[in-house]
Design a protein around this ligand. Structure first.
Ligand SMILES: *Cc1c(COP(=O)(O)O)cnc(C)c1O
Length: 497
């Protein structure tokens, strides 16, 4: 028996709520069966097994499921590293214009001149804001952009006959960085961090040599800090003939203020879905264009805007190859350009400054109670660790679960790995001071409660007000159930078969 309480509905699967005999709602099964003889050997031998439900029952099911989502449209979402910011509805309207939304991948090229002009304009903005020579537009998201960037670097190394096979990655890197390097056949080596959360320049210089193909560096990094030595790093990397790949997913913090080309970067992906709005994660697809220096432009995959011209195809055999079919995540291009146009260059710079201000505000209002890992000023996100929970019996995980009961999506936790029990908070520029103040009060209440040293049991019982309390953190990944079998577990299903 399922229990609903108030407006919090226990939602069974459609298969669990409708009987799955061969009676189909509103269909005269006997009349249909009379015709099945005509189907000969194609006639269905077993019932279809569809749940027997009316239209309102189906509508209610999906509407109730949609209301279970916590989203940026329902509340503040402090998830660090993800840049969960407001997505202006204007962008949505423009992405739905029939000429864009209904364009077909196999449409003749001559009929897509408007779409091509939009890509050209988007590439122009990306190259201008970064100071780079080219922008490959088709990667589908940040991690795909990394793949595109490292494959392009590999194509350049191959063209030059260089055999370097090491990619250096700092300890604080997003997990996608080492994964990308390994997927492209490189060997990954870690560069340690300094006590102030940045790349250890001496350790990097000591490791550089002609076996190094590239460094992959995030700036601002995932501790929310600007890499102060970045120009020296770029020079040292270039001196051994290696390339400087920058993970630009955090471009939101510096857009309009810093041009990555001026820092000596050779290739950088930009998460359009983070910096230039666009719903992402469970809310929609991303897009991860990669910008390249003039040295790497000849190896960049197409379609790309190169020296301000859109190139859809050419005769070169040196490019890294096609990274995605057709034009890329076109709907995201429209949203990103709409955002750029409505903000203007000055507005983009203001957004970056406000994002940094908001993160520093959180830091300033929480650092007397929580332990901030590195001193302010920070960039767009602020990092705390679990030192303030020492001897309280409360862990970072317990704290995150208690935030759900306060009505908040938890912050990013246990990442980056360079500090113990990380709390990574990214407020973004789109939150008001009132929203931040209410959030700060909730976090302060929890920190004060935890520090009494007598509330561990209470924290372990959280969340109390979510549809489910503590779930097994890894079972869904380790033993996923991907198909409805009518049984509770794959083991049951195997036993029943
Ligand atoms: C979000 C993010 C990525 C991955 O981007 P996806 O679009 O999720 O693939 C990579 N690096 C950093 C630093 C990020 O914040």
């Amino acid at each position: 028996m399922l229990h609903s309480k108030g407006l919090n509905f226990e939602e069974p699967l459609l298969f669990e709520s409708g009987s799955s005999d061969d009676a189909v709602f509103g269909v005269d099964v006997a009349a249909v069966s009379a015709h099945t003889a005509k189907l000969g050997t194609f006639a269905r031998k077993a019932p279809l097994g569809l749940p027997n439900l009316s239209e309102p029952e189906v509508v209610r099911h999906f509407t109730r499921l949609s209301q279970k989502n916590y989203s940026i449209d329902s509340g503040f979402y402090p998830l660090g590293s993800c840049t969960m910011k407001h997505n202006p509805r204007l962008n949505e309207m423009l992405a739905r214009l029939p000429g864009f939304a209904q364009a077909h991948p196999y449409q003749p090229k001559e009929t897509l001149t408007g779409a091509h002009a939009l890509m050209q304009e988007l590439g122009h903005w990306l190259c201008t804001l970064t100071g780079m020579a080219a922008a490959s537009l088709s990667p589908a998201a940040g991690a795909h952009g990394e793949l595109c960037g490292i494959m392009t670097i590999k194509a350049a190394l191959t063209a030059k006959g260089r055999k370097a096979n090491i990619i250096l990655v700092p300890e604080s890197a997003h997990g996608t960085n080492p994964a990308t390097a390994a997927a492209c056949g490189f060997q990954v080596e870690n560069i340690k961090a300094t006590a102030d959360g940045r790349v250890d320049l001496a350790a990097l210089q000591a490791r550089l040599g002609d076996d190094v193909a590239a460094i992959m560096l995030t700036n601002p990094n995932t501790c929310g800090l600007f890499e102060r030595d970045i120009i020296t790093i770029a020079e040292a990397v270039h001196a051994v003939g290696a390339y400087f790949y920058c993970d630009g997913a955090n471009f939101n913090a510096i857009v309009g203020r810093v041009r990555p080309a001026d820092l000596g970067i050779d290739a950088m992906h930009i998460n359009l879905h983070k910096t230039f709005s666009t719903p992402h994660g469970g809310g929609g697809p991303g897009s991860g264009p990669v910008v390249f220096s003039a040295a790497l432009a000849p190896y960049a995959p197409l379609p790309a805007v190169i020296h301000d011209a859109l190139v859809l195809e050419d005769a070169s055999t040196e490019r890294c190859g096609t990274i995605k079919a057709y034009l890329g995540q076109f709907g995201t291009f429209v949203r990103a350009l709409a955002y750029m146009y409505s903000m203007g260059a000055d507005g983009l710079k203001q957004a970056a400054e406000d994002a940094v201000l908001n993160a520093n505000y959180l830091g300033a209002c929480l650092s007397d109670l929580l332990t901030q890992s590195y001193p302010s000023p920070v960039m767009h996100e602020v990092l705390f660790d679990d030192r303030f929970l020492k001897n309280t019996g409360v862990t970072t995980l317990d704290f995150a679960k208690a935030m759900i009961d306060k009505g908040y999506h938890p912050m990013t936790m246990y990442f980056p790995l360079v500090v113990s029990g990380a709390f990574l908070m990214e407020p973004t520029e789109t939150e008001s001071k009132e929203t931040l103040d209410t959030f700060i009060e909730a976090v302060r209440d929890l920190a004060i409660l935890a520090k009494t040293g007598t509330a561990a049991e209470q924290f372990k019982a959280a969340p109390q007000y979510a549809p489910r309390s503590r779930l097994d953190e890894t079972r869904a990944a380790r033993t996923p159930i991907l198909r409805w079998t009518g049984s509770k577990t794959p083991q049951d299903a195997a036993a029943a078969a």
